[in-house]
Design a protein. Structure first.
Length: 406
């Protein structure tokens, strides 16, 4: 094979396709919340619980397994390798994610949330398997600097989810019908025919999928139990199905910045990888500082905004029956901003292939969160929110130390 020249990494937010990618991420995020808001209005707090549970479990499973997979594919593709070289890796990660997702539904199938309906098992299996393809597709497109195509995937994902969900829920107004929209959403990757851009541009040694992904998955497990496990924590502490739904919509709404970051972080990773390949450690540290300082300010501002208007925003979008306690709103909003900063800053460690260090930072944060949740008193939602905020702050400071070191 003739060695081709490395793909030049566009720099800055004005690079080709960046605007479309940003627009796609924003539109996709809005459509995701529209899907949830419509569901809460049609089904109510108890009826919406199966959608909330599947969404929460999938978000955790996807963030643990599929986000690291996307980052691995993005990183390796940006170095000139093809996804075809790692199809075995993709299949293993997809299988693990599917087993984890359907395993949760199977264990909880006879609970009040799922009511013994086996349809939810099929929905979860299709959701996870489909998104394994979609996340890999985003990695291929981003690694090849097809940023506009990533934006279209994000938009189509939201359109398909909402359209299919509404079409089916008109026939039978129940959560099982509406949930099929989530299973159909990954078809967006096939619409864009991402495989056309998967090509080997140069011969480079792989980073080591087992080492890279193994540590990354461990770290993601800790981070996502922090970020998305709040409703599950409420359930474990004896909260009702209604309180489960309240905490779910609250944390999901406030998690919007982080959800957007997950969609768009593949835009900056190829640039950071290029800096790492060139040995530009001082440049990576400058990027880290530009993330950490504003992130600290936004964390404090997020907590203040959560206290002042957080419950009112939830009531406006989802209805009065989903309003959280003001303390919960404050802790959730501030904690999410800390998590968002740690996630963006952690891209420096991913670019350096230091995923074990990233895993350690999130692991410490999770331990602190569990200890605080167990140690504090109060209602289940307040205990979970307090633990969440404490854990995210610890993860923030841990990542800050790691990414500013040489």
């Amino acid at each position: 094979m003739t060695e081709a020249a490395p793909i030049a990494a566009p720099r800055g937010l004005r690079a080709p396709g960046t605007t479309t990618m940003l627009a796609g991420g924003l539109i996709g995020a809005v459509l995701a919340y529209v899907f949830q808001a419509v569901g809460t209005r049609l089904l109510g707090d108890v009826g919406f619980a199966p959608i909330a549970a599947i969404w929460t479990a999938f978000f955790i499973v996807a963030s643990i397994f599929l986000v690291p997979l996307e980052q691995y594919v993005t990183r390796e593709t940006s170095r000139g390798r093809s996804l075809r070289s790692d199809l075995g890796v993709v299949a293993v990660v997809a299988a693990l994610a599917t087993v984890a997702g359907t395993g949760y539904v199977w264990i909880a199938l006879d609970s009040d949330i799922f009511g013994g309906n086996p349809v939810y098992l099929a929905v979860m299996a299709l959701v996870v398997a489909g998104y394994a393809v979609l996340f890999s597709a985003k990695g291929v497109l981003a690694g090849n600097r097809r940023f506009a195509d990533v934006g279209w995937v994000l938009m189509l994902e939201g359109v398909i989810r909402l359209a299919v969900g509404l079409l089916l829920v008109v026939v039978v107004v129940d959560a099982a019908s509406y949930a099929w929209g989530m299973a159909a959403a990954p078809l967006a990757a096939l619409v864009m025919r991402f495989w056309r851009h998967d090509r080997e541009t140069r011969e480079v040694a792989p980073v080591g999928a087992t080492r890279f992904l193994g540590a990354f998955i461990v770290g993601s497990s800790a981070s996502q139990l922090l970020l998305a496990g709040a409703p599950l924590g409420v359930s474990a502490l004896g909260g009702s199905a209604a309180l489960f739904s309240v905490v779910f919509v609250t944390f999901t709404l406030y998690r919007a910045p982080l959800t957007l970051i997950y969609s768009l972080q593949s835009r900056i990773l190829p640039y950071l990888v290029s800096m790492g390949e060139e040995g530009d450690e001082s440049g990576l540290r400058r990027v880290a500082l530009r993330v950490l300082v504003p992130g600290g300010i936004l964390t404090a501002l997020g907590a203040l905004v959560g206290w002042l208007v957080g419950p009112e925003v939830v009531a406006l979008l989802f209805g009065e029956e989903f309003v959280p306690a003001r303390q919960v709103a404050m802790l959730a909003a501030g904690g999410v901003m800390a998590a968002s900063t740690a996630q963006v800053g952690g891209q420096v460690l991913v670019a350096r292939a230091r995923t074990a260090a990233l895993a350690a930072a999130w692991g410490v944060g999770l331990l602190v969160a569990v200890a605080v949740m167990i140690g504090v008193g109060g209602a289940p939602d307040v205990r979970v929110a307090t633990g969440f905020a404490a854990g995210e702050l610890v993860a923030f400071f841990s990542v800050a130390v790691l990414i500013t070191r040489s």
